[in-house]
Design a protein around this ligand. Structure first.
Ligand code: SF4
Length: 381
């Protein structure tokens, strides 16, 4: 597969999803080890949560990416998985014709463990992609329960309501799980995100406690993700606690799109985000601060590309991902962006990253380093 073919394929899969026609069949006909993989990562996968919900990790031509499989879009996708008797290699089909082989990463070994007080490790943190440990330290958010403030795309409390996770991960639990995930599964970095608590630090103080405990136990690069705190002194405290890189996520950009899609978070102005980015880059370094941009929720190509240009110029990596509708959210029936729209964004933003010399692989930890929720990194040199 050429680079060009791979970029196009990943971009299309992320926009159109992958149909798993008969998931129960998939789980029941694979060999025992793969059966648990199919159940945990293929069949149950990730539904709900703050990250790539309704997605599944799939390796295409050596690159692991998150592809929507559990929403209505995926059910209508032209892409499907063929016979599974060649595990771990599966056949990726388009309109029922084999076009490539894919693999599902193995279920991590740390999922088999529990804390001394009986909490399964996978309720504390999950494997994302094939080498990232990801956790939502606070699984609740001040904005979530009120439709006037909730971000319309977010499912942060769904997995909590479903009993798949716990509301607050303690620093000790996180350290224990991180150590096991490094030792048993070779994870290479940790993403710690948080719902926004009702405190002016926006979760920074708790992320610091968690990072300190993890770093005291295991040498694992950490990215923290939160809203911009009230006082930028939190950035130095976070860095001192062992947090290596920082994500503050714009999500959407134009004022009317912000008001419509995230009416609560829109009260934090774009200007304030940019002040926070500049302050954070001084602490974490050029290219070690990143932001998520969800394409497909109303921002034009020009708005997204211009904002990425502005971000790169101040040292922030713009991690552009296609919006994926999540079952159970107000945007469950919103169409994802077309693959043509995404391809054009990636081409233009990829060219800017290349000319700035800002590369995802140089980020110490985090979503932009992982890259699995986007095809952007395949457009980097
Ligand atoms: S990009 Fe972030 S949210 Fe997506 S799989 Fe990687 S670590 Fe998880």
């Amino acid at each position: 597969m050429t680079n060009e073919e791979k970029r196009k394929l990943i971009t299309e899969l992320q926009s159109q999803g992958l149909k798993l026609a008969n998931s129960d069949h998939a789980a029941s006909t694979v060999r025992p080890r793969e059966a648990s993989t199919a159940r945990s990562r293929g069949v149950s996968g990730r539904t709900g949560g703050a990250g790539p919900s309704d997605h599944k990790a799939i390796t295409v031509d050596g690159t692991t990416v998150m592809i929507p499989v559990y929403n209505d879009i995926a059910a209508d996708s032209p892409y499907s998985v063929g016979d599974i008797d060649e595990l771990p290699q599966l056949s990726l089909q388009k309109y029922k014709k084999a076009i490539a082989s894919i693999e599902f990463p193995q279920q991590p070994k740390f999922y088999n463990l529990k804390t001394a007080d009986g909490i399964p490790y996978n309720q504390i943190a999950l494997l994302h992609s094939n080498n990232v440990l990801a956790t939502t330290v606070l699984q609740t958010c001040i904005r979530y329960s009120n439709r006037n403030t909730a971000c319309q795309f977010c499912a942060i409390e769904q997995s909590l309501a479903a009993g798949k996770t716990i509301a607050k991960k303690t620093p000790q639990h996180l350290a224990e799980v991180a150590a096991a995930a490094v030792e048993l599964d070779g994870v290479e970095h940790l993403v710690m995100t948080t719902g926004t608590p009702n405190t002016t630090d926006r979760g920074a103080a708790y992320l610091i406690e968690c990072a300190q405990a993890v770093k005291a136990r295991v040498d694992l690069p950490i990215q923290a993700q939160c809203e911009p705190p009230n006082d930028f002194v939190w950035f130095s405290k976070m860095k001192k606690a062992g947090i290596d890189s920082l994500g503050m996520h714009l999500e959407v950009i134009a004022p009317e799109v912000r008001d419509r899609i995230m009416p609560g978070k829109a009260k934090v102005s774009l200007d304030y985000y940019f002040e926070a980015f500049a302050a954070a880059v001084k602490v974490f370094g050029w290219g070690q601060v990143s932001t998520y941009i969800l394409a497909g929720l109303g921002d034009s190509l020009e708005t997204i590309v211009d904002t990425c240009d502005r971000l790169i110029k101040i040292g922030v990596y713009p991690f552009v991902v296609p919006f994926v509708p999540i079952t159970g959210t107000p945007l469950a029936n919103h169409q994802p962006p077309s693959s043509e729209f995404m391809y054009e964004i990636y081409s233009q933003v990829g060219a800017m990253l290349n000319s700035a010399g800002m590369f995802s692989q140089n980020i110490k930890a985090g979503c932009a380093k992982c890259g699995a929720c986007s095809a952007l990194s395949t457009f980097e040199h």
